[in-house]
Design a protein around this ligand. Structure first.
Ligand code: MLC
Ligand code: AMP
Length: 501
């Protein structure tokens, strides 16, 4: 069924309860208020001729209204397609031409970009605006729309959202996530994390990815619990709001940044019952320093855009640093050898997952979908891992060529394809270097044409015009040749060893 029905049931039981507290705007929104706003937005989208199954692409700043829009799209049976606000025009053009949305919601400053995408691609969609302060054409006269909306029936396998995730070919793929995928994950996580009716979640993540949207918001909606809604992770705001919260979710960078603050103490987190980390590896030293400072053992879990959450360290029971915990109830995790043999405890191999949380496939890419699933229905994650004899999963590396920087994924191929087109560049190899704040940073080795070689600044400026800013290589190394093995394949391990620390 439509997941929104489960949310609405909870909202109706807690109409006057605070759903969102926004300290930066000194504003509170109740569950009744959120329900009304999303109903009016759903009616507005209907007036824009959005129908069930249509895509609504959204590239806006984090706000109460943006979250209500997510609910509006879900309740009307359309497909929500969130886009990172850092994406540049060329990246957006690809998403739009691939997804063919009926409506695009963006900031006013992006309207020209989407208008020209519309003209150049020949795909017709309607553009409306939404600003970070909640103004914009989406909101104009919103109160004139009915505040009731009958939730559209959806089958379990109907798609609720498409989230783009880049691939090793450099061509992003739209992961189709169903109502049932989202529902099962939100219910399971509520249970395993012992969600309480008086929990208050400190929300400082972006809402265009799985972590901040599906994990954080869906659990809060399903249980009708309050979120303290910060526009972004700002360490001072987090320190100010922490004393009134009981749960926080973050990428490891959140925790390393908090630890750098002398003001971050045990007392400040006295009401906190749970700090959750994911999206990137949490260093054991961070786990230990955090426990020493606050008395809390961070609960690390493991997930993906395609699968939602797969494993979690336990709420009660041993939280083992360096592991991502146990498979969630209903989710199967296995480790396979290259030849497709099931490996024994402690043996390292390819991590594969199966369960109600696993997505339906890549939008309009049946071959890519087929390639990423085994015959018996396991999704091949591209992560390398092992499982110990107690069932704890540890991620020890990646089969896929991927950099995770501050919780954002960067596929080297995507950056290489852009730079290989740059005048004066012969070839490039993008790899990760150790970054104290983001865990990994983006480095590039560049081979240039003599006498036409661009400078480091020119390379970064070229990327800035074409790629989201977090993908720009911050370390540039000029080489005469890239290291290659006898098959001619670039040896990124050599680059990482030499230039990656
Ligand atoms: C910002 N910048 C980054 C970056 N974030 N560069 C590399 N990696 C990052 N993660 C760059 C900006 O482009 C800008 O560059 C400069 O840093 C300052 O930008 P900022 O916006 O002021 O940065 P800041 O607010 O400090 O952001 C850092 C951060 C943020 C860690 C708070 O990146 C963040 O919220 N990350 C969370 C990502 C997330 O939600 N991941 C979940 C994916 S879901 P310049 O050059 O323009 O100055 C998933 C599944 C799962 O993975 O398991 O959860
Ligand atoms: P994304 O495609 O953005 O959903 O990122 C998914 C990837 O993030 C996974 O395949 C892992 O490589 C990584 N990831 C998520 N959680 C963790 C974690 N707790 N530890 C290590 N890697 C993680």
């Amino acid at each position: 069924m439509n997941l929104f029905k489960s949310f609405q049931q909870a909202f109706q039981e807690h109409k006057e309860k605070v759903a969102l507290r926004v300290p930066e705007q000194n504003r509170q929104v109740s569950f009744a208020g959120l329900d009304t706003m999303s109903a009016q937005m759903a009616n507005r989208l209907v007036s824009l001729e959005v129908k069930p199954g249509d895509r609504v692409a959204v590239q806006v700043d984090k706000s109460v209204e943006a979250l209500a829009l997510y609910l509006a799209v879900m309740r009307m049976g359309a497909i929500y397609l969130p886009l990172n606000t850092a994406y540049m025009p060329e990246e957006l053009a690809y998403f739009v031409s691939n997804a063919e949305p009926r409506v695009v919601v963006s900031k006013g400053e992006q309207i020209e970009v989407f208008d020209s995408i519309c003209q150049e691609s020949g795909i017709s969609f309607c553009c409306v605006t939404l600003e970070s302060d909640g103004s914009g054409s989406l909101m104009d006269d919103l109160s004139s729309f009915s505040s009731s909306f009958e939730t559209i029936e959806r089958a379990n396998d109907d798609i609720a959202a498409i989230l783009y995730t880049s691939g090793t070919t450099g061509r992003p793929k739209g992961a189709m996530i169903s109502h049932a995928n989202l529902a099962s994950n939100a219910r399971t996580l509520s249970e395993v994390w012992g969600w309480k009716s008086d929990d208050v979640l400190l929300h400082a993540l972006p809402i265009f990815h799985v972590h901040g949207l599906f994990v954080a918001c869906n659990i809060s909606f399903l249980n009708a619990t309050e979120m303290v809604f910060l526009s972004k992770f700002d360490v001072q705001s987090v320190l100010t709001e922490l004393p009134s919260c009981s749960v926080m979710m973050g990428v490891p960078t959140f925790y390393t940044r908090l630890l750098q603050e002398g003001d971050f103490t045990h007392e400040l987190s006295a009401r906190m019952r749970l700090f959750i980390s994911g999206s990137a590896p949490l260093l054991e030293e961070t786990f230990e320093a955090f426990e020493e400072r606050t008395g809390h053992r961070i609960l690390e879990r493991y997930g993906m855009t395609e699968t939602g959450m797969n494993t979690s360290n336990p709420l009660s029971g041993e939280r083992l640093p360096g592991t991502v915990g146990l498979p969630l109830p209903g989710t199967e995790v296995r480790v396979m050898s290259e030849s497709g043999k099931l490996l024994k405890p402690e043996e390292v191999g390819s991590l594969q997952v199966r369960g109600p949380n696993v997505f339906k496939g890549y939008w309009r890419m049946p071959e890519k979908t087929a390639a990423d699933f085994t015959d018996d229905g396991y999704f091949i994650t591209g992560d390398l891992g092992k499982i110990d004899s107690d069932g704890y999963v540890a991620i020890v590396g990646r089969e896929k060529d991927l950099i995770i920087s501050g919780g954002y994924n960067i596929y080297p191929k995507e950056v290489e394809l852009v730079l290989n087109e740059m005048p004066g560049v012969i070839e490039t190899a993008v790899f990760a270097y150790k970054h104290t704040d983001f865990g990994e940073g983006v480095a590039v080795a560049v081979v240039t044409i003599q006498d036409q070689a661009p400078t480091e600044d020119m390379i970064q400026a070229y990327c800035r015009d074409r790629l989201a800013a977090y993908k720009i290589p911050r370390r540039v190394i000029f080489l005469d040749d890239l290291p290659r093995n006898t098959m001619g394949k670039v040896q990124k391990n050599i680059l990482r060893d030499k230039y990656g620390s």
